[in-house]
Design a protein around this ligand. Structure first.
Ligand code: FES
Length: 116
């Protein structure tokens, strides 16, 4: 299916690349996007922490959140909200579409939103 008017779709990876309970870093137009699979529910967030530059795939999935390995801020994968200091800004969250065995995101046209 085509993207809605005013939006764009990016094909990130195969669903098989991200088994339940795991994550995978993908790249979209020079930005990192983290795909996670929580018991079959896929989420996509910015791949770099909103506190300082640190890749979140080096962190830990903890329930429905991810913990950044550098200063241990935790973020909700559902909302992107920062749950623990020192990070204050939320992670940008991208709507996920699973189609024909692929994980895609559909985002507004223009630069990919990233909070830093
Ligand atoms: S870089 Fe992630 S919490 Fe500091």
């Amino acid at each position: 299916m085509a993207a809605a008017p005013g939006s764009r779709r990016f094909d990130l990876c195969s669903v098989d690349d991200v088994p339940p309970g795991t994550m995978k870093m993908c790249e979209v137009e020079d930005e990192m996007v983290l795909v996670t699979n929580l018991d079959g529910r896929f989420h996509a967030t910015q791949g770099v922490c909103s506190h300082q530059y640190f890749e979140l795939d080096k962190g830990f999935l903890t329930g429905d959140s991810i913990t950044c390995a550098l200063h241990l801020s935790r973020f909700s994968l559902e909302t992107g909200d920062s749950l623990d200091p020192p990070a204050e800004l939320p992670l940008a969250v991208y709507p996920v579409i699973v189609e024909a065995g692929r994980v895609l995101i559909e985002v507004a046209s223009g630069p990919l939103e990233v909070n830093r």
